[in-house]
Design a protein around this ligand. Structure first.
Ligand code: GDP
Ligand code: MN
Length: 397
């Protein structure tokens, strides 16, 4: 589950990670009040107004702006709230901004310029261990750094039996070129950050930038935090941070009815049972020259109700020009699934406007094929996997 920057910072802060402080605001007036309150605490008077949406690159899209007085806070917050923010990570329509974070300006001019670093914590899938990935090149796309100057990205792997060791945190500070107070501050920052990562059951932290202020404080200026859905049951307070306005509406609905659905860009809707078969189906569609419109695993029960729920979800996507149903009937017999498909289509009537290719394999597959062929609907039946994928291409033409 993804959360907003301000929520991620709350979590970080609760584990002792220093953050750029801020207050969330839902309208221009709240933003001004927030700025006043922050000024009382810190006294700088300058603020950054940051759009809170689940997407990075907000700075580039005009969603992060500096306000030098309260009038500017009001103006900028008023402009950002309600806008459709387009960033390199959103679609062309952008994301609607419902709230902003009014944060203290921490880039105050001093004798030394502030420095920006990159730091993330994530699982290294190759070794099965968590790692801290960091770079001196903060504030820009880490993908660009990886492409152009990969030697400037460092990693520190954590042995799960002993956790992050002090010498590792010091090595991070050393590789970032720090010394004196900033070195000590960075060591503390890294230790606290990893503690936060482990204890919050997160699957990703990305802090870009981590800032060294001109007076040698180390703090998180941005926070992308992804929480592990499977661990949310033990973090009720984090579960409440969910903002479904930020999520794909069809995926939200799928979750409600217990279907595993992921929206994709193609035009072939897929309904499959089992995640492995679903992935193989997507591969075969691609190999035959098509593009899957979704990943959908209907799970163990493929009865009429479930098939209907799944069909309705798939058809919500106007990109879908054909549907491939690929079900393996093991425990659930193919004839029952076939009847389920026919009943679902009867129930849905005119809602089904695209050709449906059905491949049922396993127990009673022959009876199932008869049911499909004699249903009176415009189904295309197939017994072999490849045949089904080729049929999809044929009907699309
Ligand atoms: P992102 O663009 O979505 O990654 O949002 P960030 O939170 O990383 O902010 C984007 C950029 O805004 C940062 O890289 C900074 O350069 C700038 N920024 C963030 N906070 C401040 C601040 O307090 N003062 C100033 N002057 N700039 C800031
Ligand atoms: Mn950032």
């Amino acid at each position: 589950m993804n959360i907003h920057e301000y929520q991620g910072k709350e979590i970080l802060s609760s584990f002792g990670v220093r953050i750029q402080r801020g207050i969330v605001a839902h309208n221009a007036k709240e933003a001004v009040d927030a700025a006043k309150e922050l000024t009382e605490q810190t006294g700088t008077g300058w603020h950054v107004i940051k759009a809170q949406v689940h997407a990075g690159g907000r700075g580039k899209g005009g969603g992060v702006k500096l306000a030098k007085n309260l009038k500017e806070v009001e103006e900028i917050a008023g402009n950002i709230i309600g806008m459709n923010l387009v960033t390199p990570q959103t679609s062309a329509e952008g994301k609607k901004v419902h709230q902003v974070l009014v944060a203290e300006d921490v880039y105050y001019p001093g004798d030394n310029e502030p420095e920006e670093y990159y730091m993330s914590v994530l699982l290294n899938r190759a070794t099965g261990r968590n790692m801290i990935m960091y770079s001196t090149e903060g504030g820009m796309d880490i993908e660009t750094v990886a492409e152009e100057t990969p030697h400037l990205i460092y990693t520190e792997e954590i042995d799960p039996s002993v956790g992050l060791m002090g010498f590792q945190a010091r090595r991070v500070a050393f590789n970032l070129g720090l010394s004196g107070t900033a070195f000590k501050e960075m060591t503390k920052f890294v230790m606290a950050l990893y503690k936060a990562f482990e204890n919050s059951d997160s699957s990703l932290f990305e802090i870009n930038p981590v800032l060294k202020t001109s007076d040698d404080k180390i703090m998180a200026v941005d926070a992308k935090v992804t929480l592990d859905d499977n661990a949310l049951y033990r973090h009720k307070d984090y579960a409440e941070m969910r903002d479904i306005r930020e999520e794909n509406p069809v995926e939200v609905e799928a979750k409600k009815v217990g279907l595993n659905y992921v929206d994709l860009d193609g035009n072939v809707g897929c309904m499959v049972n089992g995640a492995g078969l679903a992935m193989a189906t997507m591969d075969l569609i691609k190999q035959a020259g098509g593009e899957p419109a979704n990943f959908l695993d209907v799970g163990g029960t493929a009865d009429a109700k479930r098939v209907e729920e799944a069909l309705r979800l798939i058809l919500k996507d106007d990109k879908v020009k054909a549907i491939l149903i690929n079900i393996f009937g093991g425990i659930v017999r193919c004839d029952r699934v076939a009847q389920g498909i026919v009943d679902a289509c009867k129930n849905m009537g005119d809602a089904v406007q695209v050709p449906i290719i059905v491949r049922l394999q396993g127990t009673n597959a022959d009876i199932a094929k008869e049911i499909i062929d004699n249903s009176g609907f415009d189904f295309y039946s197939a017994t072999e996997f490849q045949e089904a994928a080729d049929k999809v291409q044929e009907v699309l033409k």
